[in-house]
Design a protein around this ligand. Sequence first.
Ligand SMILES: [Zn+2]
Length: 489
Amino acid sequence: MGFAPPGPLVTGPFVGPASLPSPSQPTPSGATPSLGEAAAARDRALASGEALAHVTELVDTAGPRLAGSEGEPKAVAWAVARMRKIGLSNVHTEPVKEPRWVRGSEVAEIVSSTNVGSKVSSSLKSSPRRALAVTTLGGSVPTPERGVVAEVVEVGSLDELSALPDEKAKGKIVFVHVVMERARDGAGYGKAVGARTQSASIAAKKGAVAVVVRSVGTAPDRAPHTGALRYVDGIAKIPAAALGVADAELLHRELERGPVKLRLVLTPQELSPVDGFNVVGEVPGSSSPSEIVLLGAHLDSWELGMGALDDGAGCAIVLEAARQIALAKTKPRRTVRVVLFANEENGLAGAKAYAKTHEAELAKHVLAAEADFGDGRVYEARLLTDPEHAGALADLEPLLAPLGAVSSKEGAEGGADVSPLRAAGVPVFDLRQDGTRYFDVHHSENDVLEKIVKADLDQAAAAFAAATYALADRAGDFGRVPEPKRERH
Ligand SMILES: [Zn+2]
């Protein structure tokens, strides 16, 4: 796999709590008491192993939890109870109006190709059709009840799709075959995900009847990966689905041999919007409680797997970080607020509702971060704010070094759920997690508890605990994100 191994700080032997600076020892940067408390929170998170218990309970209580599904209210009730149990204050829910999209049946089969329906297969009386592993993309419209049958035209990129003459797409099923690269920072996802989100509208404009994409995932297996698509207003909506990687490769080979006809049946439904909830809990600040450092993760998940990594792991990381901060003898001066957002996957309704509900309070949000990258180890911290405050993460170096992580001067991205806060000028910080394995399972049936690596999850929870404590307690302000940098790309 074309992945360059990370540096020694990341792959080096696990540094156990015993060798980390203890709260009573001065840290290498000359240390304030707050760094001692932050280091203690880090060490407790590493030693407790509680992060895995949070996500295990979530998965076992709620299961998959797409907006509007049966699992969602179970997850909300669990989050409220869990926050109370771990010692958070002001625990409550906030309403979110969210879409309800329900997956139906899903069939993709090659009905004719050089191999399928050939003399060899018919003489053996085998099925004249070849089923492909497929899943509907989130938000897709259905095919007609009996499906669509059409010839397939393949493109290798969105650019190729955009350049495809209309007459080659008209009446066809367009197959978008973009191979996702494996990378620690998930850069391959950014490059490949447009195939999932944009293909349907580009192909529809050219007269295509449906779209199938190669799954935006990195595992060489048959599990298809779902995820939301985006229809462009004013362009006809056509059905869209993802093929498992192995099945996409098969279709690609069949198309190299000759023309292929595909039958696609997808029966999703868009039902009336429902009421969902963001779940909020806090560790109140000791001296500036009205100032907020927000830690987010999303409570919803796609329903093919269990949402253990996406984003059960992120929920566990921020809950464990907050639990350790709540356990500190001296609390940080600012409030640490945990928000488990509703409906990240299918439209960001929870994030948008939060920003609206708290509009008057956004000026008091001094920092925000999100954990939404599975169980990966934290390897780097970065911040997005104005140039005057950009060096604020230097304080974190002694806390992160024992975990094998560094701080970077590169600007942070902020996750999807904190993007409305960034848009309002709230500085965002990233604790970047190793995403090398993440896209093997992301949005697929393989997103299950058994894929979590406990030592990695504990390291991430420890990094979030230490960094959040230190930043929430840091003297001075963090500035604001300058206007031109507020939009996330
Ligand atoms: Zn996610």
